[in-house]
Design a protein around this ligand. Structure first.
Ligand code: FES
Length: 266
């Protein structure tokens, strides 16, 4: 029979974006160790619904570690203590009977709290809208070998594409920087031939959107890499910085010359 845990929870409650928040102390007895962290919150919420009528609000969707929707700071660590794991894939067997568990939202001014543990991550959407795509005609299937891509390059692009956009990188960083997210999302396209035509525009647009959204600067703290549930490496930030430098030089020096040449020819 599965072991059960008696837990003391201190959960951040905040009625709305402008309201003051506080830690609500909640006893959570007889939690199965086989439950996921979100299932533990489901159990707690069932009790809250039948008593106070005010369940804890939190984000979730796939509960399979792939959508990036879930996210909370558990005992001071985004997604909890296990490492390389999303909150929905964190199981209660990670904890011990009698533990006190602190649960907070991802904290960053660019991620304002909507309610309790739910934050507004639309800043990430605006970064993606500024260049996280390739413009291609998708009308028909291509020949398999029409655009050869080496396995090394394909694997590397897939490493970056593993980013699920959860925001743990932002929540872990003392600057609330979104550089790891932006770098992974730009890098997954910049690695591939299909991403080359829009590469400069992509990098400049995504970095500007990141700054406009209010995320902080990267000062090489490496906390993002440690907190990332998909273990995206900070080497992608180095690549983004290189690509950004090239894009700035290109737009400042080469683009006017190209435009002039084009104007003359026209
Ligand atoms: S709910 Fe989708 S990654 Fe956790």
């Amino acid at each position: 029979m599965a072991r059960t845990l008696n837990l003391h929870l201190k959960i951040w409650r905040q009625p709305g974006p402008q309201a003051e928040g506080w830690f609500q102390e909640i006893e959570a007895p007889e939690i199965p160790e086989t439950a996921s962290f979100l299932e533990m919150l489901d159990i707690v919420n069932q009790k809250l619904i039948s008593t106070t009528g005010d369940p804890v609000v939190f984000d979730h969707d796939c509960r399979e570690g792939i959508c990036g929707t879930c996210g909370m700071v558990i005992n001071g660590i985004p997604h909890g203590p296990q490492g390389g794991t999303t909150t929905c894939q964190l199981h209660m067997r990670t904890f011990h009977d009698g533990d006190t568990i602190w649960v907070e939202p991802f904290r960053a001014s660019a991620f304002p709290v909507i309610k309790d543990l739910m934050v507004d991550r639309t800043g990430f959407d605006r970064i993606m809208a500024a260049g996280g795509f390739v413009s291609v005609r998708t009308g028909s299937a291509q020949d398999a070998n029409a655009l050869p891509i080496s396995k090394e390059v394909a694997d590397s692009a897939m490493d970056a594409a593993e980013c699920i956009g959860c925001g743990a990188c932002v929540a872990s960083c003392k600057n609330a920087s979104a550089m790891l997210f932006t770098a992974a999302k730009a890098g997954q396209f910049n690695m591939l031939p299909q991403g080359q035509p829009e590469k400069h525009r992509r990098v400049l647009g995504m970095v500007k959107a990141m700054d406009d959204a209010g995320f902080g600067n990267c000062t090489n703290q490496y906390e993002c890499e440690a907190a990332c549930p998909k273990r995206i490496g900070i080497r992608w930030i180095s690549k983004l910085n290189r690509d950004y430098t090239v894009a700035v030089v290109h737009s400042a020096l080469l683009a006017p010359l190209t435009k002039g040449a084009g104007d003359g020819a026209g």
